[in-house]
Design a protein around this ligand. Sequence first.
Ligand SMILES: [Zn+2]
Length: 182
Amino acid sequence: MNIIKRHLPSHLYSKHKLKPVGSVIHYISNKYAKPLDPFNLEDIIQIFHTYKVSAHYLIDRDGTIYELVPPTQQAWHAGKSIMYGQENCNAFTFGVELVSTGREHNGEKAFTDEQIEACIELHLQLIKDYDINSRHIHGHDTVRKNWQRRYPEQKAKNKHDPGAQYPWPYFRLELDTRANRI
Ligand SMILES: [Zn+2]
């Protein structure tokens, strides 16, 4: 697996060290600005600049993996979030973005087979290198919902990524089966 380093400028991520135990999976596209061309990589990189957010990894439609934030640092991807009872997932999870609109696009699946394979291989590497727990890999939608349940009186936007099209059962089965072979 080849990971291409393409780091965002350091003002787009935290000075705090990451203590990784898991990851949060997202999708990102430029569909609002360019509905006919939502997957242009340079446009997507620009979104991180515009919104001052970041993620450690970005997986393109063809399965190419870019490292956008050094894995030693916390990225800004999850916002208000809770995983296994712990708040602020940015402090303890990698952020993994898949280039997708979350739904079928031009006859392509929401997430291409190449992307899902790359996402599995990336996580196998993270398990090997950082001993992250495969039980602590969740979608942005889930970790936001956990936060909203704990703080129903506070405002936090719903998150829809990676959504219903992300093949969780396949991903988890493949990950666990292959992780046992590491
Ligand atoms: Zn997200």
